[in-house]
Design a binder for this molecule. Structure first.
Ligand SMILES: Cc1cc2nc3c(=O)[nH]c(=O)nc-3n(C[C@H](O)[C@H](O)[C@H](O)COP(=O)(O)OP(=O)(O)OC[C@H]3O[C@@H](n4cnc5c(N)ncnc54)[C@H](O)[C@@H]3O)c2cc1C
Length: 380
């Protein structure tokens, strides 16, 4: 693809017009994550016309594709070669795109063992707010102010630049996978997961679902070499009374966790919010005001989902508790009666160790986007 590609030229034209008229653009792929982050009603820049896998070298474990490529097309190409996006990005809908998944930066159950999208993006091609066609990482390295731009895009929610193409590292599908389940309290689940995480075990995902006041359902996934998976099963069963679920049931379960299709995620009443908690490893159970203590814990407790009223006082109280443990909170999904204009994220200024990032962020945004073409405020 060259810079004269007509689709890229039309994106550039849209960006330059937006800069001239000071009318920010909201970048959108399949619109499957439009609900995520702070809402806006701005003019859309639709990436879907720029679609296709540009290069896939299974032996090099790298795939390069246009931002508008359907995520399912990428995953189908990888499946043919027995490879995967190991962090299991959620689609949240039929029409999720490659670029949208990168910009949202979300990761599924596999994130705990392999890292997140940011760790897998090797290179990117972008159009900045001045319409400049820039390449980062991969074969051509061109830095703006010394930043590793490919790593900044995941999670940026379209607020830095338009992602045109990206090269992403892929991994072979594990040779063996087994899913075990047991009934255990949240406190014990966190304790044993933390213990196991410190051992050389092929633990690739975990999910505890239940109420803090009673035993819940802990599901763990072991993935890796056949011998390693086989050897780990008795060790786990000796600590908790696990049983193996069928591969078919397991595949449905982990997909439902990733896509948030479990009833724990979907039964959100009008005034409730589904809060996403990001916590450091080894954080024990936390109790929140007005929550019925029904929770979902993933990533060995580092990602937690709590349903509670969506009002500002509850958000503030949850943020206070979580930040005192070194974590942060996002209003991930909101019930229909919750005020949509409320800030969805913990501000960087509210996180002791992140305050300095505000200056870096402001500098980055002015370097990439001086006219504010991408200033949609979807992220604070
Ligand atoms: C340009 C830009 C601006 C952003 N502005 C904001 C903002 O103002 N406010 C905001 O909340 N997010 C902001 N984000 C998103 C923020 O960077 C991500 O939420 C953050 O990287 C955490 O990512 P994660 O928790 O999804 O997982 P990862 O990046 O995978 O983090 C790994 C793990 O580290 C831990 N962790 C991560 N972040 C924290 C934290 N802050 N405190 C404690 N533990 C943590 C968690 O255990 C997490 O699972 C911004 C992102 C970009 C790219």
């Amino acid at each position: 693809m060259t810079a004269t590609n007509p689709r890229i030229s039309s994106f550039r034209e849209q960006i330059l017009n937006a800069a001239k008229n000071q009318t920010p653009l909201s970048i959108e792929g399949g619109g499957t994550k439009a609900w995520y982050g702070n809402p806006n009603q701005l003019t859309k820049l639709d990436t879907r016309s720029y679609s296709g896998i540009l290069e896939y070298q299974p032996e090099e474990l790298v795939i390069t594709a246009c931002a508008g490529t359907p995520l399912k097309e990428i995953e189908a190409a990888l499946k043919e070669k027995n490879q995967v996006l190991a962090f299991e990005p959620p689609h949240f809908g039929e029409h999720a795109t490659f670029g949208g998944a990168i910009a949202a930066g979300l990761a599924g159950p596999g994130r705990i063992s392999v890292g997140n999208f940011r760790d897998f993006v090797l290179g990117a091609r972008i159009l900045d707010g001045k319409g400049q066609d820039l390449f980062f990482g991969g074969k051509v390295m061109k830095n703006v102010a010394g930043y590793d731009v490919s790593r900044l895009l995941p999670g940026s929610m379209g607020t830095l630049s338009l992602l045109l193409e990206a090269s992403v590292k892929v991994l072979p599908k594990p040779a063996a996978t087994t899913t075990l389940r047991c009934q255990v309290s949240q406190e014990k689940a966190l304790r044993i997961l933390n213990e196991w995480a410190g051992q050389p075990l092929p633990l690739s995902a975990s999910c505890w679902i239940g109420n803090q006041d009673s035993d819940g359902e802990l599901t763990i996934r072991l993935s890796g070499a056949v011998a390693a998976v086989k050897a780990a099963i008795p060790l786990m069963s000796s600590l908790v009374n696990t049983y193996e679920i069928t591969p078919e049931e397991a595949a449905i379960f982990w997909n439902d966790v990733r896509e948030q299709k479990l009833s724990a995620f979907t039964s959100l009443t009008g005034n409730q919010t589904l809060y996403r908690l990001a916590l450091p490893a080894a954080c024990g159970p936390l109790v929140f005001p007005n929550s019925n203590k029904d929770e979902v814990l993933e990533w060995h407790g580092q990602q937690r989902w709590v349903k509670a009223p969506g009002d500002e006082a509850t958000f503030t109280a949850i943020k206070k508790i979580v930040s005192s443990h070194g974590g942060h909170v996002t209003r991930f999904k909101q019930g229909s009666d919750v005020d949509p204009s409320l800030q969805r994220f913990t501000l960087l200024s509210e996180q002791a160790h992140s305050t300095a990032l505000e200056t870096v962020q402001a500098r980055l945004r002015s370097a990439f986007d001086p006219a504010g073409v991408f200033a949609t405020k979807r992220l604070p």
